[in-house]
Design a protein around this ligand. Structure first.
Ligand code: ARG
Length: 444
């Protein structure tokens, strides 16, 4: 009807403004920073008092009003205004409503740039300390408890998706306990880099007032202060590092889930939905890591609004990881292993390696032993037998090194018990792994 292509809806300035407001705003998701934002502001008020920028009464008024705002968030009576762009502007707007111009002093020398970086670090540190470490350690404990209790269960160990050698179920469980332990170590290490305080960096150049940053850092439980204001406001390496950590952890759990969905361990009647979702979340978490890294790549120095996108990535990863860790712990603690069935999945051809080592012990060179065993495997195939069913006479036609002691090889329990080496699948070697893991968990 002759109207301009881009007229209509976008011809109306108010609509453009509305879209832009929503586009720019982060309050819908960053309101979960409300408590750390208030925590940071209380400390900052104390810092302003120490610097002589507010008097004692003003400081007390600010802190009391902040406590009142905190209650509003807690009681869900805080009213978000359409013009509240983010949690920082919302809390400050409310503060000014409650105590007027005194409230306007709180932001002296501060910028949302150093504020948001501080808040996010505080938030992540709390999640690590209060929940992440606990959920992660809990799942390791489930793994090692089961490893201790179910040492008798034997099952095939796989290579290239093929059943290869008998192992203890406990050895398998410990392999994941060790992966997850490495995640605990990494979490402890990255926490050090999260727990550094940007506050006092202002918009980008620092603070022109005599704000005691070390004092603020102590009040807020930071280990240290950031060394450069330009970097402090633009640095989200701690987010990327956490997302990378989460990706590694989720890939460990995804592999575990994959093993279990594909395994005869799973009672086939039940849908492995939980396991499949654990596997899928790894993809989602890697996606956030890659996505946020792409935002950082090529950004100019200091704060850019692009950084606002750190939060949805981080929150989604943290929330999903909590679920994944708890569901995985639940599955692992309730999963029933059918001992007979796992034993039934073993066959004597998985002892071919042991047969070769048997010959090695009798002085045959390993490569030669390997060839001999290869011949025995084909002979069994030709005779449509299991390798253990070959007669001694038949074996002796392949090599004179065989004698009646060969019978001792055809026993799965004996097989796993040979693997006494540190890190092996014998009972003793597994016990050592369990004891070491327990010690590491206690000392962490
Ligand atoms: N909501 C912003 C964020 O999450 C806070 C910082 C805004 N600073 C600014 N200069 N626009 O990153």
């Amino acid at each position: 009807s002759g109207g301009k292509l881009w007229g209509g809806r976008f011809g109306d300035r108010r609509i453009v403004d509305q879209v832009m407001e929503r586009f720019n705003s982060s309050i819908s998701y960053d309101k979960r920073l409300c408590y750390v934002d208030i925590l940071g502001s209380k400390a900052y008020a104390a810092g302003l008092f120490k610097a002589g920028l507010v008097d004692q009464v003003e400081c007390a008024d600010i802190c009391n009003a902040l406590a009142a705002i905190e209650d509003e968030w807690r009681n869900e009576t805080f009213v978000i205004h359409p013009s509240d762009e983010d949690i920082h502007s919302a809390n400050e707007r409310r503060l000014k409503e409650l105590i007027g111009t005194t409230g306007g002093k709180l932001h002296t020398g501060r910028s949302r740039n150093d504020q948001v970086a501080t808040d996010l670090r505080l938030w992540l540190r709390q999640e690590i300390d209060q929940s992440m470490d606990k959920f992660l350690v809990q799942i390791i404990q489930v793994l090692i408890e089961r490893a201790q209790d179910e040492m008798d269960i034997l099952l095939p160990g796989y290579t290239h998706l093929q059943r290869a050698q008998p192992i203890r179920w406990s050895h398998y469980l410990c392999s994941y306990a060790w992966s997850l332990w490495s995640d605990v170590e990494r979490l402890i290490q990255l926490r050090d880099r999260v727990n550094v305080m940007p506050l006092g960096s202002g918009a980008l150049a620092g603070s022109p007032f005599s704000i005691d940053r070390l004092y603020l850092s102590d009040l807020l439980g930071f280990d240290n202060i950031t060394p450069n204001s330009l970097l402090a406001v633009g640095d989200r390496d701690f987010v990327v590092e956490f997302l990378s950590w989460a990706s590694i952890l989720s890939s460990h759990l995804g592999r575990l889930a994959q093993d279990l969905t594909g395994s005869s361990l799973m009672p086939q009647k039940r849908n492995p939905d939980g396991l499949e979702l654990i596997r899928a979340k790894a993809g989602r978490i890697f996606g956030h890591m890659a996505g946020f890294s792409m935002i950082l790549k090529g950004l100019p120095s200091t704060y850019n609004k692009d950084l606002q996108e750190d939060k949805e990535a981080l929150f989604d990863v943290v929330d999903n990881l909590y679920d994944v860790l708890q569901v995985a712990a639940g599955i692992l603690s309730t999963l029933k292993v059918d001992k007979e069935r796992t034993l039934g999945a073993l066959s004597s051809d998985m002892l071919a390696t042991d047969l070769a080592y048997h010959l090695v012990r009798k002085g045959v060179a390993f490569r030669e032993a390997h060839t001999i065993v290869g011949k025995a495997v084909s002979m069994a195939e030709d005779q449509k037998k299991e390798i253990s069913e070959l007669s001694l006479q038949d074996l002796q036609t392949i090599s004179s090194a065989f004698d009646s002691s060969v019978k001792s090889i055809w026993n799965y329990e004996n097989s796993v018990e040979q693997y006494q080496v540190a890190g092996g699948t014998s009972r003793r070697a597994i016990q050592k792994q369990i004891d070491d893991l327990k010690t590491l968990l206690e000392l962490r």
